[in-house]
Design a protein around this ligand. Sequence first.
Ligand code: FE2
Ligand code: FE2
Length: 341
Amino acid sequence: MAFRVFNGEVNNKATKIFGGEASGICDWDDIKYPHMLTLYKELFGNYWIEDEIRLISDLKQYRDGLTERERYVYNVVTGMLTSLDSVANRFNFTIGHTCTDPSVAAVIQIIGAFEGLHARSYQYLTSTMLNSEQKKQAFNAPKKIPLLRERNDIIFKKIQNFIDDPTNLEKLYHALLANLVLEGVFFTGAFVYFNSLARSNRMIGSNNMVNLIKTDENFHSVFYGDIMKILMLENPELNTELNHKEAVSFIKASVEKEKEWAEFIFEGIDTLSIPEYKDYVEYLANVICRNAGIQEVYPDNKELKSKWIITYGSKGGNTKSDFFQTNVISYGHESGDGFDL
Ligand SMILES: [Fe+2]
Ligand SMILES: [Fe+2]
């Protein structure tokens, strides 16, 4: 049994977020982890849709301003992102379903919906720019390129094990680790590729959209790091030396796979240096470890050295956007300026 929709004999406040008991009534004033309400509101505040992004210049540049290789990489990484977010969308659905705490489940449901939006956003890029041959290249890449399959399989396997047995906390632990790698490391190469094109003043609309997605992913990564810490706290039987060691070696192995993949996919791409990218991936692996309370896997790599990734890889971070794009990218609900007329 995943959870009970209603249990009149127990408290509204859940005893544990997974495998616990709760009445099923979500009383936001009576939840075990009050910051879930803040997260929930923040997620709603970050709402956006892909149609806000203009791609007219990107369409022209995709055809005339990219090399053949750059177009190929654009297609493959967009297909790869679609595949990862499609999995994330379904994974969140299952994890939300097994969650005992209704407040945590509510946060996960929004995250799941956003993963669906992300997949649709990549579709917006491909449907706008790619012809049917190029689309085939994009959407078949996750199935056809052996190195990409191999890299993804190491996380998909852990996620599938959990989907097949969703009340098993040990499998949940491993699936959460896989999800941390998915969100915190495996998306990165594609994001950085778009950032690097923007650095050469190309595909600015695509980069703006990717940066909206990256902001969401950073948020998810922090949230799931937190969930991992709570899981360990509530279930001391998972908090073992062996599990900890396995986490470290799994994250390290994933990073090595990511480096191999980067060597393959970014060959012939002048805007991106592979050694620089590898260094960045190690740095990111440390970030997911810190978020999840796991010992850093690359203790010497504590600082982000490639500052341009921040310049071109943040919402509103580049100054090359045209008026509409700038307007779109700073679209948000957090500021009330101009509304009290
Ligand atoms: Fe996503
Ligand atoms: Fe995500």
